[in-house]
Design a protein around this ligand. Structure first.
Ligand SMILES: *Cc1c(COP(=O)(O)O)cnc(C)c1O
Length: 374
């Protein structure tokens, strides 16, 4: 039996009627941009995240550009960003006029650390982008404490992940979520993400009222009323159809996230750890694994063998961002030296995970990994 790399359809199937009703409701209402659905979703998403404000935008890439501008990032500034991430984390920086400065990541969590960020900070650094990669949780508190800089969380892959206070696995002192850890955070609702729409979408969350106000202005042409213009902004809104679809899904996200987190345990029980290096959750984190990424010196051979057996597997970031040609212009003194990034680019491999993957499918994946590596 084939096991797909990801599967969003199975989780959405039982919501079919509710989703259809939501779409028809918007079509009948006739307000398609910045209407009641977006307003309601923004409130519901902010409450769920534990942030004061959520602002819907067009996608997760523009979310980063707009959030950086709301933090005051502009020409002449530097923004520290990992290179081992999806291209958009760094691509979103130059449109602000600022320069991306690439930092390394931790081999086991695959996220930035306070040390890797600090190594890239200069007197021109204006902000840090910490990516919660693959659903793991980057150490935002530590990065803020060590650098004293504003931190933008790129939480595009981490909707549903949680963090409990250190040493308190019971979560007695409260569970925190990516999106409420830094100064501002960005999400993508691209269909394959943990919370995905029926098209492009994104959001920015923050508990800083000034940042929220600036984001609202920037997403709407730098204006409050399309009469007077305070800033050169963007046309970047979450549309009503997407907001309505996301509202149907949000109440199910914790359950889906729980299943993603439990898949890590199922892979462990099925013996995956004995065959490859499995991902390591950051201290206190329960990652809602968006992509389940293992490491192997034989990653490409393993991917080919799994694909032959009908098992989804692929390397996502074989060429890290700082080695992509358009980023050379921002590294005039030579490409950044990022040994862990280069190693992970070579060895990482995504295996199937979803909100509905079964124990049987996990067993099949592990058996196939064993067969290919034997
Ligand atoms: C998907 C993603 C983005 C970009 O989101 P889009 O909605 O596709 O623009 C940014 N950063 C990371 C880490 C992502 O995975």
């Amino acid at each position: 039996m084939a096991v797909p790399l990801f599967d969003t359809a199975t989780a959405l199937a039982p919501l079919r009627r509710e989703l259809d009703e939501a779409l028809l409701r918007v079509a009948a209402d006739g307000r398609f941009v910045l209407g009641p659905e977006t307003q309601a979703f923004e409130r519901e998403f902010a409450d769920w995240i534990g942030a004061e404000h959520a602002i819907g935008v067009a996608n997760g890439t523009e979310a980063i550009t707009i959030a950086l501008r709301a933090l005051g990032v502009g020409p002449g500034d530097e923004v520290v960003v990992p290179s081992f991430t999806f291209w958009a984390s760094a691509e979103a920086i130059p449109p602000t006029g600022a320069t991306p400065v690439f930092c390394d990541v931790d081999r086991e969590t695959m996220c930035v650390t306070a040390d890797t960020v600090r190594a890239a900070v200069t007197p021109r650094t204006k902000a840090v982008i910490a990516v919660h990669l693959f659903g793991n949780v980057a150490p935002i508190d530590e990065i803020r404490a060590v650098t004293g800089l504003p931190v933008l969380e790129d939480a595009a892959q981490a909707a549903g992940s949680t963090l409990t206070e250190d040493g308190d696995p019971t979560g007695r002192h409260g569970v925190r979520r990516p999106g409420a850890l830094g100064d501002v955070a960005t999400f993508s609702f691209y269909p394959s993400k943990n919370l995905g729409g029926f098209g492009d979408g994104g959001a920015i969350t923050t508990s800083d009222a000034e940042v929220a106000e600036k984001v609202r202005t920037l997403r709407f042409h730098g204006s409050a009323d399309k009469v007077d213009y305070a800033l050169i902004g963007y046309n970047s809104r979450l549309d009503e159809l997407q907001a309505a679809v996301l509202r149907v899904q949000l109440p199910h996200l914790d359950r889906w996230a729980g299943h993603r987190a439990a898949t890590h345990v199922r892979y462990h029980r099925a013996g995956l750890d004995e065959l490859v290096e499995v991902p390591v959750a950051a201290p206190g984190a329960t990652p809602a694994w968006h992509i389940y990424v293992v490491r192997s010196e034989r990653a490409d051979e393993l991917a080919a063998g799994l694909n032959e057996r009908g098992i989804g597997a692929r390397g996502y970031y074989r060429t890290p961002v700082h080695r992509q040609p358009p980023m050379a212009a921002f590294q005039p003194d030579g490409l950044a030296d990022l040994p862990v990034t280069d190693e992970l680019a070579r060895t990482h491999l995504a295996l199937p995970v979803s909100a509905t993957i079964t124990e049987e499918q996990v067993g099949e994946v592990v058996a196939a990994v064993g067969a290919v590596l034997a």
